[in-house]
Every structure is written in structure tokens, then in C-alpha cells.
Write a protein that binds this ligand. Structure first.
Ligand code: FES
Ligand code: FES
Length: 157
């Protein structure tokens, strides 16, 4: 039986009729149409589905949509402002940290939560926080370089 929920995503409110077993990932992609958040493993192992919820990076495949009520959810679609990419998006492009791009939204959202809490992370801190985000293409070096440079850009260095 479906139930009524209200989700706040990227500053917009969505009133939705959903099944209680549906994950936040299901609802973001299939009900709201925000397909930037990717499904990889569907069981908490790859990080492709990462979004930011109340400032914390979470795996949206492991969060029930009903648990996300009352939370402030940020997805990759919510980063650009007035047609301008967020500094992390910009750095991923500039430093060649994207190949197939499937892991990229999750990488960026995990990094976003890190930089909002810790604007000047060390390389080790970046590696630790991204250790749950898998990439089959890039070898990670450019991803880490992009996050480091985005933190410098945000700091105006
Ligand atoms: Fe959620 Fe892989 S799809 S962790
Ligand atoms: Fe292809 Fe990371 S760029 S999986």
C-alpha cells in the first residue's frame, strides 16, 4: 500500500505517493526524475548512489525514502547555480577526473560533504572519505587531484 511523503530535494518540495519499501535512490530517479544519482551495486558497496542528506554523505540505495522525510537532500543536480558549475564539478572537468562518468556524481557528492565540513582536507583525508566510492576507469589519481584543487578554489587560493 502506498503512503504519502514529502521530500525536500535541492531546495524544492515534492509530495509523492510511494511504497514504504522504496529507497531514496528509487524515488529520486523514478518518481522525481533526478537521474544524475546513479545505481551501481544497489547494496551499499560502490558509492555511485551517494547524495548529501542534512550535510552528510549517504548511500541513497540504503536509505528508505520515508526515512528521508524532513531532511534536506542535495543531489548532483542541485550543485550548479545560475548555469555555473560548482567548484567540484568544474575541477572534475578541468583535471580530467571523468571517464565514463558513472561514478562521478557519487564522487562529487561525497567530496561535497567533506569540503563543507573540512574546507582544507589533506590528501589522506580525501582518500579515506572516497574509499567507499569505486571507479573502474580513472585510477583515482585525477579524482583526488580534482578534489584538492576544488578545495583551493573554494578557499580562493
Ligand atoms: Fe548504492 Fe552502490 S548503488 S552503494
Ligand atoms: Fe568510469 Fe569512474 S569514470 S567508473
Amino acid at each position: 500500500m502506498k503512503t504519502q511523503v514529502r521530500l525536500q530535494v535541492n531546495g524544492f518540495e515534492y509530495d509523492l505517493l510511494i511504497e514504504p519499501r522504496w529507497t531514496l535512490l528509487d524515488v529520486l530517479r523514478d518518481e522525481i526524475g533526478l537521474t544524475g544519482t546513479k545505481e551501481g551495486c544497489g547494496k551499499g558497496e560502490c558509492g555511485a548512489c551517494t547524495v548529501v542528506m542534512d550535510g552528510e554523505a549517504v548511500l541513497s540505495c540504503l536509505v528508505l525514502a520515508i526515512q528521508a522525510q524532513g531532511k534536506n537532500i542535495l543531489t548532483i543536480e542541485g550543485l550548479a547555480r545560475e548555469g555555473r558549475l560548482d567548484s567540484l564539478q568544474d575541477a572534475f572537468v578541468k583535471y580530467g577526473a571523468i571517464q565514463c562518468g558513472y561514478c562521478t556524481p557519487g564522487m562529487i557528492m561525497t567530496s561535497k560533504a567533506l569540503l563543507s565540513k573540512k574546507p582544507h582536507p589533506t590528501e589522506d583525508e580525501i582518500k579515506t572519505v572516497l574509499s567507499g566510492n569505486l571507479c573502474r576507469c580513472t585510477g583515482y589519481v585525477k579524482i583526488i587531484e580534482a578534489v584538492r584543487n576544488a578545495s583551493r578554489t573554494e578557499a580562493g587560493e
